[in-house]
Design a protein around this ligand. Structure first.
Ligand code: SF4
Length: 193
């Protein structure tokens, strides 16, 4: 388990990461169940190339990779910010780690949510994706039960309570990779952050 914290933009950001075999992570996939939940309750359903029902299964996405380095980043919500502002901010901080990490370990990242490279996804206008080389899927869009996976793999609970002074915001991503013995993942993460 890798556990770090660092200061960025005057925010104390915590990071937990752990390697999990994809054969184990696949057991947390409930693809039909989560696709149905998105359809019922998410305004982004069918509005982005990376959201259900357009996302592949986790199993398809990771078929060339043996391991996932699963990463949770979280921070307390400052009094002058709300959950969605902090979430948006943390997604950028997470991407700033995942994108170079993907390159350094020759892997394939999963993003912290739907693709946000464009203000409005080209999918809505039935046009091709503008940045197919950058576009990635999130684990939850591919059916992974992130709450359970985080508890078991990172010993971390994503639950939060926005009324509580100590409430916090979490984003989760990963990088799929092979050759587990080749990399000192903690050193690579420290180099990037
Ligand atoms: S890069 Fe743009 S068009 Fe492609 S999936 Fe992301 S938001 Fe949509």
């Amino acid at each position: 388990m890798i556990e770090l914290n660092f200061i960025k933009d005057n925010n104390k950001i915590n990071l937990k990461a752990n390697v999990c075999k994809n054969d184990i992570l696949k057991n947390y996939m409930k693809f039909e169940y989560f696709t149905a939940l998105c359809k019922e309750g998410c305004p982004n359903y069918n509005s982005n190339y990376t959201c259900p029902p357009n996302s592949p299964t986790f199993t398809e996405y990771v078929k060339d990779y043996k391991y996932s380095l699963v990463i949770a980043m979280y921070m307390n919500i400052p009094k002058n910010k709300n959950m969605s502002e902090v979430h948006e901010y943390l997604r950028i901080v997470l991407s700033d780690l995942l994108i170079p990490l993907e390159r350094k370990i020759n892997g394939l990242l999963t993003d912290g949510g739907r693709c946000i490279y464009c203000k409005e996804c080209a999918y809505i206008d039935n046009l091709p994706c503008r940045f197919p080389e950058k576009m990635r899927f999130s684990m939850e869009s591919m059916g992974i039960d992130l709450d359970s996976a985080c508890k078991d793999i990172l010993n971390y609970s994503m639950s939060w309570n926005s009324d509580n002074e100590n409430s916090y915001c979490t984003v989760i991503g990963s990088v799929n990779f092979n050759n587990i013995d080749k990399y000192d993942l903690k050193e690579i993460i420290l180099d990037i952050i």
